[in-house]
Design a protein around this ligand. Structure first.
Ligand code: FAD
Length: 456
């Protein structure tokens, strides 16, 4: 069934003539674009996919979609966890997967100019050849695109030291819904010219325009060898208090993550790496610089004074690799009902206490991994994959989300709203704020063709 707002099956012959082989309409090839990596269920099949190779292709596609009144979904690698990139029934998909060029690395200004489909880890590796790196580091860095990271304002492991994706975006090229091409931002460190449209498009989840080029900021790689560290706590709340102390302390880590005991158990059974399951939780992190060892010692010593029973410092990346496996490990168990809430970092211990209370009240086991230094939690509910099991798990997530809001938090720290969390929007945004968001959407996409009914 087509989206009720778009009730006619479109004639794609004009678009086919313009894009030739860059437009794919074979249902078998189109089918994978109906879904992303979220729990959201596809409601039908798109009619075609534009495998864009240039800004002009994207412009042609959007101008046609606006004329024809066809809903468009935008796709990087489809690793999103909010249902934002899912194809619409009878809609058009614009995929950026072929726009993978790194156009320029400007070492002196520490900038890279890239097409949106470049894989995050590829950009990072290329920058490293010049002694630089790309700070955004989602756990999906090896499979997600820079365009997708920008469109979701992705977070990740290094955020505690370097901020989220928006802090690394200097300028964008964007194709608007009617096909017009616009540039935002500048190559300079400072730029105060008109509204900050770059930040408006960062995190806009494909609803305001399609990012076809980005100038992103790089940073110099710290000298010396990094160290990773672990601190195991018998109490999850003590681990939360330790995070608050570390973040406010004199020694700053590059990475500061948390896995509770159930998460470690799930990760270890998916891919054993010898991690001992703690009674409460495990903090894992990284320090960098010539004094990386001393920094790791300072942080683990602080953890011991705050209740850690066991600590470890390592020259390898194994601890962080284990943390990166949490999403695949949960998926392998069929566990997908999770959240992405954030709380102010000083509220972490209270949040963990509250999550335990919610879990007990619903008699459901909840596992938590967290980009702890940012106060960003992914809690996943163990529940059968049946309609009842799913709705029981949803009720747990709703309570955890309201708990985060009661502590001054947010319903999404990094994954965005997409289609999965749209019902929660009004829990955080007041009516006026929602109205302003909708006005911005209407101004840029009056026909409502771009990623309709998602994100805002
Ligand atoms: C194993 C795993 C680990 C993950 N870890 C993290 C993590 O640590 N931190 C984190 O933030 N996320 C994480 N994610 C979620 C996901 O990887 C991120 O949201 C990522 O930024 C999505 O990139 P993508 O290229 O796959 O985008 P997609 O999933 O294709 O799209 C995501 C959204 O962006 C829009 N979009 C994509 N490209 C463009 C474009 N060029 N222009 C306009 N809109 C666009 C889409 O319409 C959609 O709304 C993880 C996912 C997995 C599977």
């Amino acid at each position: 069934m087509l989206n009720p707002r778009f009730d006619e099956q479109p004639d794609i012959s004009e678009l086919q003539a313009a894009l030739t082989t860059r437009l794919v309409s074979d249902p078998q090839l189109v089918a994978p674009y109906a879904r992303d990596t979220s729990r959201a269920v596809a409601t039908g099949a798109p009619i075609a996919v534009v495998l864009a190779e240039s800004t002009a292709d994207v412009s042609t596609a959007l101008a046609w979609a606006t004329r024809a009144g066809v809903p468009v979904s935008v796709r990087g690698a489809g690793t999103g966890l909010a249902g934002g990139a899912m194809g619409y029934d009878g809609g058009l998909v614009v995929s950026l997967e072929r726009m993978t060029a790194i156009l320029d690395i400007d070492v002196d200004n520490r900038l890279a100019t890239v097409q949106p489909g470049v894989i995050t880890a590829t950009l990072d590796a290329t920058a490293r050849e010049h002694g630089l790196f790309f700070p955004p580091d989602p756990a999906s860095a090896r499979i997600s695109t820079v365009g997708g990271n920008i469109a979701t304002n992705a977070g990740g492991l290094r955020c505690v030291a370097h901020g989220v994706t928006t802090d690394s975006v200097a300028a964008l090229e964007v194709v608007l819904a009617d096909g017009r091409v616009m540039r935002t931002g500048a190559r300079t460190r400072k730029n105060v010219v008109g509204y900050d449209l770059t930040r408006l498009f960062v995190g806009s989840e494909g609803t305001l325009g399609i990012i076809t080029q980005a100038i992103v900021r790089l940073k110099p790689v710290a000298p010396g060898s990094p160290r990773s560290f672990r601190a195991s706590f018998s109490s999850l709340e003590d681990a939360g208090l330790a995070v608050t102390a570390i973040v406010n302390g004199p020694t700053q880590p590059e990475v500061l993550e948390l896995m509770d005991s159930l998460s470690v158990e799930i990760i270890e059974s998916f891919h054993p790496s010898g991690l001992e399951v703690p009674a409460g939780a495990m903090l894992v992190g990284q320090t960098v610089g010539l004094d990386a060892e001393t920094k790791a010692e300072d942080i683990t010593t602080l953890c011991r004074t705050l209740g850690a029973d066991d600590t470890e410092i390592s020259e390898t990346d194994a601890l962080l690799e284990a943390r990166r496996l949490s999403n695949p490990a949960l998926n392998a168990r069929g566990l997908k009902i999770s959240c992405d809430v954030g709380v102010p970092v000083a509220a972490l211990a209270r949040m963990f206490h509250g999550v335990a209370e919610v879990s007990a009240a619903h008699s459901k086991r909840v596992s938590t991994v967290a980009h702890a230094g940012d106060g960003n939690l992914h809690c996943t509910v163990e529940s059968p994959d049946t309609p009842t099991g799913i709705s029981e798990a949803d009720a747990v997530i709703d309570d955890i989300t309201r708990l985060a809001l009661s502590l001054g938090g947010t319903i999404s720290g990094e994954h965005g709203i997409g289609s999965v969390k749209r019902h929660e929007l009004g829990w955080q945004l007041d009516e006026v704020a929602l109205d302003v968001q909708r006005s911005i959407k209407a101004a840029l996409d009056p026909g409502g063709i771009l990623t309709p009914d998602r994100a805002i």
